[in-house]
Design a protein around this ligand. Sequence first.
Ligand SMILES: C[S@@+](CC[C@H](N)C(=O)[O-])C[C@H]1O[C@@H](n2cnc3c(N)ncnc32)[C@H](O)[C@@H]1O
Length: 258
Amino acid sequence: MRARELYKSLAYLGKTQQNWAFFHLTGQDYGQVFIDNPDFPVDKRLEEIGLLYSQGLPLAYILGEAYFYGRRFEVNEDVLIPRPETEGLVERALELKWDSALDLCTGSGVIAISLALERPSSRIRAVDISPKALEVARTNGKELGAEVVFLLSDLYEEVEGSYELIISNPPYIKRGALESLEVARQEPLLALDGGEEGLDIIERIFDGALTYLKPGGYLLLEIGDDHEEDIIKLTQGFYGKIERDLAGKVRYYIGRKI
Ligand SMILES: C[S@@+](CC[C@H](N)C(=O)[O-])C[C@H]1O[C@@H](n2cnc3c(N)ncnc32)[C@H](O)[C@@H]1O
């Protein structure tokens, strides 16, 4: 396969991603390649990757890695690929004062591990209901040297004690919307499906936070951009606010237990 063919096979990604993907795969800028030699042969491995790509498999799964908050994390098809907007949740958590934190729905562990590495003196627990996701999270914790205790648990079920911060990027997509979403064909449904209104897990997180959060503790959630009004109804027992992400979409709930 020639460079120009590889580039073409990535066209379905859209221009920006196409250029980024080409650069990631070859280490070269296609603009430059186009001027110098668009017919240079790419090696077999890249050809395979290009094929997987053209079939719609996300680059992070093909390469087995994703970057989050400046660090490399292992990912596979058992976990959600971490998203840049979730970094905004970590940023907000680090602006607050807390020494103990519980990350619910940890997936690949990106939130818990980033918090543990940025605030090494803290005590951090993280849970997920998927044993396979937890395997990925534990590997990431070990590789990055983060002191996080990972637990297999349906939300709070196996959790003991109380925390100064509960943080989560839960599944929050409305079930009816999943069918038309590309990500739902690529990433684990368990990571995306938030039930009829997208609020099944979020409601349970709010409920449990009344027990597992210390008085004055913080609840930080990533939420759907259509959830603003629903969330406000769930926040009895908290003072809170909703914030938008860099794209201007409703994305974060930041509450404090009264
Ligand atoms: C949206 S992903 C978030 C992953 C990771 N925190 C991130 O931000 O990239 C949601 C995760 O919630 C987990 N999950 C779904 N239902 C759960 C439950 N009842 N208890 C614990 N974890 C659950 C899924 O397995 C999945 O890993």
